[in-house]
Design a protein around this ligand. Sequence first.
Ligand SMILES: [Zn+2]
Length: 66
Amino acid sequence: MAVVCPECDNPLTIDVEDAEEGEKMVCDECGVELEIVSLDPLEVAPIEEGSYHDEAETLVPEDDEE
Ligand SMILES: [Zn+2]
C-alpha cells in the first residue's frame, strides 16, 4: 500500500500487513521522521521533534517476539 510523504510527496510503500499504528519510519527522500497514525485509511504524519508535551504520551511495548 502506498502513501505519500507529507513533507516532500515522495511515494512511500508501507506493508500494512506488517505495519501497525504508531510505527515510526523515515522518509528516505527528505529524511523526515514519520509515524503511522492510521492504517485504514493509511495515513502518516510527521513526528514533530522538540514539542515535548505530556499529553498523548503513549508507551508502546515492544512486540518483536516470534
Ligand atoms: Zn519526504
